[in-house]
Design a protein around this ligand. Structure first.
Ligand SMILES: [Zn+2]
Ligand SMILES: [Zn+2]
Length: 162
């Protein structure tokens, strides 16, 4: 199976080993991608585990599992990643801006968020995010352009994941 994160690599060659905690996410973007893939495959424990400890208090694995179960993830698009590698010793935090497209209770949604990541004990963790856009989208006709901005026809793009 292709990795849900949109890397166009096989899941086994992409997010799987990170979600199975066989290797750590090497960058905030990789952590972001693996968390998306964990949502898409319903792996709530991994999502909980990769919250920063300060944010874990506001979460439960059950709530995460329920949300993942009720949500059908269609597409992840990474817009921007802050240049944390320039001076890693002094930069223990990073931002990733992304769009996620998903279906929830029969409705297609777009969410755009800038996520904040911090380093905890040498591992990247998700702290919180600022949502800049969250709206329901009109489902296109099969031959119309897809809502995700890929410029492909809907039937050749996100319709495949519906
Ligand atoms: Zn992936
Ligand atoms: Zn699409």
């Amino acid at each position: 199976m292709l990795c849900p994160c949109g890397s166009e690599r096989a899941y086994s060659q992409c997010c799987q080993a990170i979600i199975l905690v066989e290797k750590p996410a090497s960058s905030p973007e990789q952590l972001m991608r693996s968390r998306y893939s964990a949502y898409a495959t319903g792996q709530a424990k991994y999502i909980f585990m990769t919250y920063a400890s300060a944010s874990q208090a506001e979460q439960t694995i059950d709530d995460i599992a329920l949300w993942a179960e009720q949500t059908h993830w269609l597409k992840l698009e990474i817009h921007q990643v802050s240049d944390f590698e320039k001076d890693l010793a002094n930069h223990q935090n990073a931002q990733v801006e992304f769009s996620a497209f998903y279906q929830h209770q029969g409705q297609i949604w777009h969410m755009r968020e800038t996520s904040n990541f911090i380093m905890e004990q040498g591992l990247w963790r998700y702290l919180d995010g600022d949502v800049s856009d969250s709206q329901a989208l009109q489902k296109p006709k099969r031959n119309e352009h897809c809502f995700c901005g890929s410029k492909k026809k809907f039937k050749q793009c996100c319709a495949k994941n519906l």
